[in-house]
Design a protein around this ligand. Structure first.
Ligand code: FES
Length: 444
């Protein structure tokens, strides 16, 4: 083989892309340090001075709401001798003071104080020693993305067909915003980050426990996703640029008449809280409210490379090594709705996504078994041939049966494109962009 591109073919992939440490390092360079990646949510830094410590690949960054309300992202690295200047995951502060020798930076990342400055010479220029900025920061429906490449594809171009689903997710709230204020479920697994994708084929097997429990509690109609067979109306979508989704609403579309004649949208309880929620949504979205609610509840998308929105949850994926991955899941709270609605979202999140839930731990177990299996690489090619002929749906998207490997092939094509290109066009460390330079933020 001559390069990474040879490892991805139309109907199969080579297992070394999941096991090679060299390839993992190349992924950091060619994907995580060049493409747009999800970093944080605006609700994690709601007020001026608020910050959150996050990661872009192996580089730790500070997402900071500056005094002027704008969001900046800086590398968490003192410009003196490199210590991290911010240790807490979240907080609010006027300044970041390095614990090593006391250099102090403001919330815009500018170096504002150096102890005992008389021992530096005439040419010592504090204005050139601000925290290094992540070159490009952009937001879409409250989701904050960053790119370490100084130039290149815009965030809008990268998100492409995924943009509407980010908006759909947030529009489950009458204010059109969600907040990550209900904690998170953080886990690690001993497997490759690319296993975390969209897979409608595994549901009836990996998640048999979930389906059995739902059926026992509420009858066969509650076992949503159990219809994921080759005869299902559910679909798998390639949205382009590596983004993909599952549409699990096939049965709902057939049954939509019954739900639309009631005063309550499908999935919303006929309780005081449910009725108040409906009233608020009607006031916010008018005649569109039921369709807005339906779309908000049906988001099931992977925004390549590292963000997933599924039901009420936001899931982030961070590679730590070829065979080690961090996954953080947040229940997204709808702003401006009765507490009952958000409580139900948290319970639903805990039930499936929590580290002691019935869903995500089974996925994690499979990912670890996958990694173990791939070490036995005597026959190294993996089969991704299911439903090769996806149906084009315009704007570069295509669709297949929910059990087809449309999402996997979509992500592998994006991987191949990224890994076939030259090294990063820019590296923030190399460009030395200083805090305080003109903003390059893109806001949707
Ligand atoms: Fe930060 Fe010295 S390393 S002040």
């Amino acid at each position: 083989m001559s390069g990474y591109a040879d490892l991805i073919q139309r109907d199969r992939v080579h297992s070394t892309i999941f096991t090679s440490e060299d390839i993992y390092q190349a992924e950091l360079t060619n994907i995580f340090y060049r493409y747009w990646v999800y970093v944080a949510h605006e609700s994690e830094v709601p007020n001026p001075g608020d910050y959150a410590v996050k990661w872009i690949g192996e580089k730790q960054v500070i997402v900071s709401r500056r005094a002027d309300g704008e969001i900046g992202i800086f590398f968490n690295r003192c410009r003196h001798r490199g210590a991290t200047v911010c240790m807490d995951a979240y907080g609010s502060a006027t300044f970041f003071r390095c614990p090593y020798h006391g250099w102090t930076y403001d919330s815009a990342g500018s170096l504002v104080g150096v102890p005992y400055p008389s021992r530096y010479g005439e040419g010592f220029d504090k204005s050139a020693l601000g925290l290094a900025r992540v070159p490009r920061v952009g937001t879409s429906s409250g989701f904050i993305f960053a790119s370490l490449a100084e130039d290149g594809t815009t965030l809008e171009e990268h998100l492409g067909n995924a943009v509407g689903y980010l908006a759909d997710f947030a529009n489950g709230s009458p204010t059109g915003t969600v907040s990550l204020t209900a904690g998170a479920s953080k886990s690690f697994f001993r497997g490759n980050w690319k296993f975390v994708g969209m897979d409608g084929y595994h549901t009836n097997f990996t998640h048999k426990t979930v389906l059995d429990l739902r059926q026992r509690k509420s009858g066969p109609s509650a076992a949503r996703g159990a219809g994921n067979t080759d005869k299902s109306l559910n679909e798998s979508w390639d949205l382009g640029n590596g983004h993909c989704r599952l549409d699990l609403t096939g049965r709902d579309k057939v049954e939509v008449g019954a739900a639309s004649t009631t005063s309550i949208a499908a999935g919303i309880p006929d309780t005081d809280g449910g009725r108040t929620y409906m009233r608020l949504m009607d006031e916010a979205y008018g005649d569109e409210s039921r369709e807005v609610i339906r779309r908000s509840r049906d988001v099931h998308i992977h925004v390549w490379p590292n963000l997933q929105l599924i039901g009420p949850s936001i899931r982030t994926v961070r590679p730590l090594a070829a065979g080690r991955t961090e996954v953080i899941c947040y229940p997204a709270m709808l702003d401006g709705v009765p507490e009952e609605i958000n409580t139900a979202r948290v319970r639903s999140f805990e039930w499936f996504n929590g580290v002691a839930g019935f869903g995500s731990p089974d996925d994690t177990e499979i990912f670890e078994r996958n990694q173990i299996g791939l070490q036995a690489d005597y026959r190294p090619w993996l089969v991704l041939a299911r439903g090769l002929e996806a149906e084009p749906r315009g704007n570069g998207s295509s669709v297949g049966n929910v059990t087809d490997e449309v999402p996997q092939r979509a992500q592998m094509r994006a991987w191949k494109t990224a890994m076939s290109q030259a090294g990063p066009t820019n590296d923030a460390d190399a460009t030395g962009k200083e805090a305080g330079a003109a903003d390059r933020e893109v806001t949707r």
